[in-house]
Design a protein around this ligand. Structure first.
Ligand SMILES: [Zn+2]
Length: 348
């Protein structure tokens, strides 16, 4: 017999909302920073990952990119992140948000192709070693302009890779807002070229639920990252349900970035209760000191969700994924077989 916590730990999982740089090990961050003399956001190693809020965290997150000097660094971090997530939470498939604009702008730039090819090389090696499938979603850096986002999509179109299947976002605008409509042209161009679309909207108490509507209706998103404010506007909630939009939520991050407590009144629980497809991810595991196992083991139980709900969440992650239908079929069969075996072990 196993406990619910063990069950949730062992459950096979997808992760869709995962920023590549945040899959870095703390030890690798410190090793590479020391190697290159990169000053991190604080010299207080004990409180390296204590962040007051979303804006405070993003400051550290930007600096962390600086330690990834070469394609080999990026490939190493990509591989290590898979090894860790398999051990921490039985990861079986993951999608990565990768921010080429950051690497292109810094003093030691890497090109779009150098960045994505390094990510793919690391993840292909991890796929061989651990059997974890993946796709890459290029993240629009919201600190950049709408025109720069269009240029980024043009880069994607000029350098097609079968592993790179869509666009998403990271960071916030220079005004620390979501402002999805700033990037409407980039999303239109991406959609016209068959790229899948997702956006970070409705994350914090100050984010307008209308941003969720804009992401669905104007940007044409296939799914939404965060999106918690959807439950605060019945019309937007109805729209999301009618369109079958899935939400890639990140429970632990909301305790820091949104200032919410994980309990049975949390918006993620209300999204589940409203029948929305909800998946669970870490967002930025390194910075929030979380991992995929913890999100299920501690996060879902704090939300008052049971084993059956955890299975639905794991399967929703397959439904919402940007991989092929054949890969989804394989994952569903694998997950269902594992669920049967785990259900037989779960203590009543
Ligand atoms: Zn995110």
């Amino acid at each position: 017999m196993i406990s619910l916590a063990d069950y949730l730990q062992l459950l096979p999982k997808t992760e869709l909302h995962c920023h590549l740089t945040s899959t870095m090990r703390a030890t690798t961050l410190q090793e590479l920073a020391a190697r290159d003399g990169v000053a991190l956001w604080t010299e207080d190693a004990e409180h390296l990952f204590d962040f007051a809020d979303l804006v405070d965290f993003l400051h550290g997150w930007r600096i962390a990119h600086e330690v990834l000097r070469t394609g080999d660094d990026i490939a190493r971090v990509a591989w290590e992140g898979v090894e860790d997530a398999v051990r921490a939470g039985n990861l079986r498939y993951r999608e990565y948000y990768v921010n080429p604009q950051y690497f292109a702008r810094r003093s030691s730039p890497l090109s779009y192709a150098e960045v994505v090819d390094a990510v793919i090389a690391g993840l292909r090696r991890a796929e061989r070693d651990f059997g974890v499938g993946f796709r890459v979603v290029v993240a629009i850096n919201r600190r950049e302009s709408g025109e720069a986002a269009v240029d980024l999509v043009r880069e994607m179109i000029a350098h097609p890779r079968p592993e790179v299947v869509g666009i998403g976002q990271d960071d916030l605008t220079p005004e620390n807002t979501e402002d999805p409509l700033r990037f409407v042209e980039a999303y239109a161009l991406a959609g016209a070229h068959g790229l899948r679309r997702t956006a970070h909207v409705g994350e914090t108490p100050s984010a307008d639920p209308e941003n969720v509507r804009a992401a669905i209706e104007v940007l044409g998103c296939d799914r939404i990252d965060h999106g918690y404010r959807v439950v605060d506007d019945p019309a937007v909630l109805a729209l999301a349900r009618q369109r079958g939009i899935g939400f890639a939520t990140t429970p632990w991050s909301t305790t820091i970035c949104s200032g919410w407590t994980l309990d049975e009144t949390h918006r993620i629980r209300r999204m589940v209760d409203a029948g929305l497809p909800v998946s669970v991810s870490t967002d930025d595991a390194l910075f929030f000191r979380t991992d995929l196992g913890r999100e299920y083991r501690e996060g879902l139980t704090a939300l008052g969700l049971d084993a059956a709900a955890a299975q639905r969440i794991a399967l929703a992650g397959i439904d919402m994924a940007f991989c092929s239908d054949a890969e989804k079929q394989r994952l569903r069969a694998e997950f269902r077989a594992a669920f049967l075996a785990l259900d037989a072990l779960l203590a009543p």
